[in-house]
Design a protein around this ligand. Structure first.
Ligand code: GLV
Length: 321
């Protein structure tokens, strides 16, 4: 039987499904493998179900000379050197579609938390500081009637726009290419250039892939274009925002607040974030609802089965070999 490795704990049904077809080594104890351990575990694998935290590069591929498919259990795949895989004829797949609504829900949650100071309020209460009612306490920003600027307007961005319509928000978006007019009309979304989006939005939300072209597309200059009472939400990837520049903007209050699920160099994050009240921080859990994580794990497994067991085309290829 062909050998498959699953690098992080997934749900039992996924392992059971893979075991019908493969000799499966799975990390159901969810150990955080050292790099050396990981490289040795994949040495005989023909298929590897990776997590977004596994770096798949030439070193990894050298350590897994039999590998034919990397099935990443995430929609983003910036952890994978797709060109290196392509050169070696290794298929790469991801999990698009199954997490759109879940991530869109979470994006709205971060936005509301940051605008309405929910995390700050909870910290205040838990630390025993709440002694009296103050009429002007913890004043935040309105969501209804505000302008939402989405940088990135793929499936998740569109799902966010749909929700924003329900909140009575005005929706702007910026992408390299416009979506069709019918979709713009359906989502009441207007395509604008990046400067206009930054200048007019009350909430700037990032939902685009991280590539060398999107590295630090929000830095000091862009933050200075944002309104002083605006909020930045990043549910895409660390590295899209220059975290040091964002910390400075939050500290100087040149923007109102931020809601972040992703960081440069995560799971490390710049410790200065922890000192700021006007930022909501979460540990990259945008797609972490149980049904969605179940669906993501099965999507990755189905790609392994299609390619390795059934000799079929991958269901969700991100490169073509
Ligand atoms: C989560 O961040 C994903 O890319 O699926």
């Amino acid at each position: 039987m062909r050998k498959v490795v699953v690098t992080r704990e997934v749900f039992k049904e996924t392992i059971d499904f893979l075991r019908i077809h493969f000799d499966v080594t799975s990390n159901q104890d969810d150990r955080s493998y050292s790099r050396d351990e990981l490289l040795s575990i994949v040495s005989e694998a023909e298929g590897i179900q990776t997590a977004g935290s596994d770096q798949v590069n030439d070193e990894f591929l050298d350590a897994a000379p039999q590998v034919k498919i990397i099935a990443n259990t995430a929609v983003g795949y910036n952890n994978i050197d797709v060109q290196a895989c392509l050169r070696r004829g290794v298929v790469v797949t991801n999990t698009p579609g199954v997490l759109d609504e879940c991530v869109a829900d979470y994006a709205l949650g971060l936005m509301i938390s940051a605008c309405r100071r929910i995390g700050e309020g909870e910290r205040y209460l838990r630390s025993g500081q709440w002694k009296a009612f103050y009429f002007k306490q913890m004043l935040g920003l309105d969501i209804h009637g505000a302008t939402l600027g989405l940088i990135g307007f793929g499936r998740i961005g569109q799902a966010i726009a749909r929700r924003a319509n329900g909140f009575g928000m005005r929706v702007l978006y910026h992408t390299r290419s416009r979506v069709c007019e019918a979709l713009e009309n359906d989502l009441h979304a207007t395509h604008v250039d990046k400067s206009q989006l930054l200048e007019e939005s009350d909430v700037v939300m990032l939902i685009l892939p991280y590539t060398k072209d999107t590295h630090h597309i929000i830095g000091e200059r862009e933050l200075s274009q944002m309104k002083s009472r605006s909020v930045l939400v990043n549910i895409a990837r660390g590295g899209i925002v220059d975290d040091a520049a964002l910390i400075k903007a939050l500290r100087d209050k040149t923007i109102f607040a931020a809601g972040l699920d992703v960081y440069e160099g995560e799971p490390q994050l710049n410790p200065e974030f922890l000192e700021l009240e006007n930022v909501v921080l979460s540990p990259h859990i945008g797609s972490a609802s149980e049904p969605t994580r179940r669906a993501m794990a099965m999507t990755a497994a189905k790609n392994l089965v299609a390619v390795l067991a059934n000799n079929e085309a991958p269901i969700n290829p991100v490169n073509s070999t």
